[in-house]
Design a binder for this molecule. Structure first.
Ligand code: SAM
Length: 276
């Protein structure tokens, strides 16, 4: 019998082996026969197995070609299984999903390698309108950062950005011994539901620049961070008579720290910066 390829640390290969957690993730995703599911990082197919049983169509993305024989041996007979051997960061999900899904939308599930989780999240934000909802497993600390409420010091640029596009909720932790090889860290599973119509109520580019600048030095006040604006952002602040004036109009205390601001306050700041 041919041996399974060794797990590659460089690709973040910690495979789920605990059936209990596999079932919990699938229950959270709740795949239906009329739905298309995208899975990033199919690995040895722990989640894929349940997906092909329950979903209409499964688009399994896996970068590691050494895993191709493992996945094909297991699933090639299933006519709802499609293997995409590619780096998920290079995939245009809008083209893929509009081609493969009758509804032009899909659900996504991924047990993500930790080293690319932020990059993948940003990539998924770009293609959010192709997804109705996502179930993501990430390092526990990253999930806690993304779901941190205003006032929590873990709140940062990634939190506000993700919250602007998705409703987010942490679901449960997954201990290291649920994987092989056993990772050093605990993981958490989170649920993201795409918000509809985002971008119509604020300027996305200015919003991102504003939030990024606001969080630049977390120990500084929002006012002091925003005073470092450059380029278009600086022009906008100057046109609105300076940072202090914009903060006042948006009813944000100038000595607040960025992590205390809610999504609505960031949007309001963006609005007062742009609107005449
Ligand atoms: N889903 C499987 C499971 O739960 O057991 C595997 C999870 S493992 C943590 C992450 C998987 O993502 C690995 O199989 C790895 O090869 C794959 N991967 C890593 N980087 C990737 C990328 N940029 N694009 C697609 N797959 C990637």
């Amino acid at each position: 019998m041919k041996k399974k390829p060794f797990a590659k640390k460089s690709l973040g290969q910690n495979f789920l082996i605990d059936q209990n957690y596999i079932d919990k993730i699938i229950t959270a995703l709740n795949p239906q026969k009329n739905e298309t599911i995208v899975e990033i990082g199919a690995g040895r197919g722990a989640l894929t197995k349940k997906l092909v049983e329950r979903a209409g169509k499964v688009l399994a993305i896996e970068i590691d070609k050494d895993l191709t024989p493992v996945l094909l041996k297991e699933f090639d007979q299933q006519d709802n299984f499609f293997l995409i051997q590619q780096d998920a960061l290079e995939i245009n999900f809008q083209s893929l999903i509009s081609l493969q899904s009758p509804s032009k939308q899909a659900k996504l599930v991924a047990n993500l390698p930790y080293y690319i989780s932020t990059a993948i999240l940003q990539h998924l934000i770009q293609y959010r309108n192709s997804f109705t909802e996502l179930i993501l497993m990430l390092q526990k600390e990253v999930v806690e950062r993304i779901t941190a409420f205003p006032g929590n010091k873990e709140r940062g640029y990634l939190t506000v950005l993700t919250e602007a596009y998705f409703e987010t909720e942490k679901l449960f932790d997954v201990p290291p011994n649920a994987f092989r090889p056993v990772p050093k860290v605990t993981s958490s599973v989170m649920h993201l539901i795409t918000r509809k119509g985002v971008g119509k109520d604020f300027d996305e580019i200015i919003f991102r620049e504003l939030v990024s600048l606001g969080f630049r030095q977390k120990r500084k006040t929002i006012q002091n961070n925003l005073k470092n604006a450059q380029g278009e952002l600086l022009d906008l602040f100057e046109r609105r008579n300076g940072v202090a004036n914009v903060l006042k109009k948006a009813q944000i205390y100038e000595k607040s720290r960025a992590e205390t601001l809610s999504l609505d306050e960031w949007k309001s700041l963006c609005k007062y910066l742009i609107d005449e």
